[in-house]
Design a protein around this ligand. Sequence first.
Ligand code: URA
Length: 209
Amino acid sequence: MENLIVLDHPLIQHKISLLRDKNTKTKEFRELVLEISMLMGYEVTREMPLKEVEIETPVGVAKAKVLSGKKLGIVPILRAGLGMADGILNLLPMAKVGHIGLYREPDTLKPVEYYCKLPEDAEEREIVILDPMLATGGSASLAIQYLKEKGVKSIKLMCIIASEDGIKTINKEHPDVTIYAAAVDKTLDEKGYIVPGLGDAGDRLFGTK
Ligand code: URA
């Protein structure tokens, strides 16, 4: 598996264990997804370029650094990706947010697009796709393809749990995309759910089951 960064920080691992627990209720689940996304955001933004500036402090002038270069855009895949967006926006409130709506055709498990709205200047931004569960990789791959067709050149994929199959799919179809995952699980069941995973992230986030 290539282009994969697994964020195995103890705080993230602890919170993922709580997320996996079937007894974790909607409110706590939502808070955990937000907290994990914030912690992951720290690493996903590690290579953001800086420039030097001079800042007047109350006692002198400091040579300091501020973010510069390409601006960030985040693109949650609806609907479960929405749960991760606020975590990143807490860190980078100026990031623009696009949305891509995809559902999986139940028989074939193939993704079908039903909604897409991107920031106008998406192609000038560094885009981070948010999808908590990278299962077959089909939805994420289609979303990446779509962004590339719109001219986006720099894409990262951030998921909470990734399956080995999903990682292989992205590696094969988009070798230029780095995947950030907090955990990697081995298998998928016949419905395309990650095992052991955490169940349906959208249902657990929004209390729809
Ligand atoms: N989507 C989910 O919400 N969970 C999975 O296990 C796979 C895809």
